[in-house]
Write a protein that binds this ligand. Structure first.
Ligand SMILES: [Zn+2]
Length: 272
């Protein structure tokens, strides 16, 4: 499975003043949710959400219906300048809790906790699949200024009837493929593309890449959702947010859409 984000990536970071390392992490998380959603052909939503005590306070990425991506990073305001270019996932997010959530169209959802002790997001996700799903997986992610590329290998479960010999053969094959896959160098996915990298890595194996399908940036915000959120805010807080005319402007953090409420609307809708 592979993914390459161009336009969707520039829309996702449009107008955002993220330090480079934070931007990279957002790109890697967007690619990860797109890979997972498309791998399991999940029609609902797949979200990856980390909350930590490092220079990044929150990192969130979401893929809806396999094709609609959005994401956000919130920096820890106490340490705004502490993000260095060379910081890895662990250094950026600190001690954190991360969850991978699948929301089904029926309204149900499943959430798995992702342990965050690894330095890189790739290892973090590999560990998750190995421990929670019992699936051997290898991730390679690369986020650059204009393109984000992600690729992952997953070992299909052997059948229950497989003989010891074929199990041993599957295991050896997996180890061979993964050890080659792990030699992908930083930046290589961006410069050669997924196909180029795979052909160089596995010259004697037959490689079949699925036809790409479009992925778009899309935010699920709208005025109704915004109103529902405002209904949970106390009238004192609403008054604090109001401008001099008593109105309120709400800007969506994901897409920058603005929703304005006049003083009279606030009185009738949220504070009768
Ligand atoms: Zn929005």
């Amino acid at each position: 499975m592979w993914v390459r984000l161009n336009d969707v990536w520039s829309e996702a970071i449009h107008d955002r003043q993220y330090p480079d390392a934070a931007k990279r992490l957002l790109g890697e998380m967007l690619a990860t949710t797109a890979l997972i959603a498309n791998n399991i052909k999940h029609d609902g939503g797949v979200t990856l959400h980390a909350v930590g005590d490092g220079p990044i306070k929150t990192a969130f990425a979401e893929c809806q219906g396999q094709q609609a991506l959005r994401g956000i990073i919130r920096l820890n305001e106490d340490e705004p300048l502490s993000i260095r270019d060379d910081m890895n996932f662990k250094e950026l997010i600190g001690t954190s809790r991360m969850a991978l959530t699948m929301q089904f169209k029926t309204g149900e959802s499943y959430q798995g906790l992702v342990s965050t002790e690894h330095e890189m997001l790739e290892q973090t996700m590999e560990h998750y699949f190995e421990n929670s799903e019992q699936l051997n997986t290898a991730f390679a992610l690369n986020a650059e200024e204009e393109t984000v590329t992600g690729c992952f290998l997953q070992r299909l479960p052997s059948t229950d009837l497989a003989s010891d010999m074929s199990l041993a053969h599957d295991e050896a094959e997996w180890l061979r493929l993964v050890s080659l896959f792990r030699t992908i160098r930083p930046g290589e996915l961006g410069s050669k593309g997924v196909e180029g990298v795979l052909r160089d890595l596995f010259p004697n194996d037959s490689i079949r890449l699925d036809q790409p399908k479009p992925i778009r940036f899309e935010c699920s915000c709208d005025r109704d959702r915004c109103s529902t959120a405002l209904q949970t805010i106390s009238s004192d807080e609403l008054r604090e947010w109001a401008d001099e005319d008593g109105g309120i402007q709400v800007t969506c953090e994901f897409c920058g859409s603005r929703y304005s409420y006049l003083k009279d609307e606030i009185r009738t809708e949220f504070n009768p």
